[in-house]
Ligand binder design. Structure first.
Ligand SMILES: Nc1ncnc2c1ncn2[C@@H]1O[C@H](COP(=O)(O)OP(=O)(O)OP(=O)(O)O)[C@@H](O)[C@H]1O
Ligand SMILES: [Mg+2]
Length: 249
């Protein structure tokens, strides 16, 4: 079982859109995938289930061992794609993790999934907290959307420093451009020299496109909604990069 996360300390940069599209693309290739929506706002559940939004369950029942993690899983939202929906109680995840004695609770929670799941995708809230630290620790790779602006590059640099300081393995951080708008000079300049901007290559450059916003309205991944768009092609490129990261030697 591989564990990946979509994370950035910046809000609204395309984490959830990428997590949902990646989860769907992985499942289409027969990779048994579980998407865990760790954001109490519950956006990924919304992107996937639309109006028939599935209800999450209370976190305390999971953490105090009353319910096994399997009971939190909404199975086969699509073939080979399971979801753990968010619940507003996830906002307490941090406090609960602090209260646990031996620290690595997220890892322990994920362990029983390995029998049925090949890929776990964690969709993270835009905070830098105890929960995020555990995500950064437990994930094999962390995919970081970076909008081609100085502010976003700055938070990418800060995240790398943080991960270096904490010795979590800076190589697990894998950036990709998000909301790229080639009509803007700065975006074009940064996209032309990704390694100079990011220090490492970018896995993809997801364009700014209204069709991505429609995912929320329609409650569907882009590959179902508009597969013949540039944005859908870039999400496919992102998934190819992720697959290579995780399974090729
Ligand atoms: N490539 C894109 N082009 C246009 N709009 C986008 C794109 N990616 C995401 N959006 C829109 O921007 C908003 C934020 O996207 P998303 O929820 O994926 O970001 P996020 O980083 O997960 O946000 P949060 O930090 O709140 O969790 C949404 O309304 C989404 O539809
Ligand atoms: Mg999100």
């Amino acid at each position: 079982m591989r564990i990946i996360a979509f994370y950035s300390p910046k809000g609204g940069v395309g984490k959830t859109a990428a997590a949902v599209n990646t989860a769907y693309l992985a499942s289409r290739e027969g990779v048994r995938t579980l998407l865990w929506d760790l954001d109490p706002q519950g956006a990924s559940s919304f992107y996937l289930a639309g109006a028939e939004r599935v209800k999450g369950r209370k976190l305390s029942k999971l953490l105090d061992g009353q319910s096994p993690i399997a009971r939190f899983i909404h199975e086969d939202v699509y073939d080979d794609l399971d979801v753990i929906p968010a619940h507003s109680s996830f906002r307490n995840f941090d406090i609960k993790l602090e209260q646990e004695q031996d620290g690595n609770t997220l890892k322990e929670l994920l362990a029983p999934l390995s029998e049925d799941t090949s890929l776990v995708i964690l969709d993270c809230p835009p905070t830098l907290s105890r929960l995020t630290e555990q995500v950064l620790e437990v994930a094999d790779k962390v995919y970081v959307p970076v909008v081609p602006t100085w502010l976003s590059l700055n938070s990418w640099a800060q995240l790398r420093e943080f991960v270096k300081d904490k010795k979590l393995g800076v190589k697990k951080l894998r950036p990709f451009f998000s909301m790229a708008d080639r009509r803007k000079h700065l975006h074009r300049d940064l996209l032309a020299q990704p390694e100079e901007a990011l220090g490492v290559p970018a896995l993809a450059a997801i364009p700014y496109a209204s069709v991505v916003e429609r995912m929320g309205e329609e409650g569907q991944p882009l590959e179902r909604l508009a597969p013949n768009t540039v944005a859908a092609a870039e999400f496919r490129a992102l998934w190819q990069g992720i697959r290579k990261d995780l399974w090729s030697r």
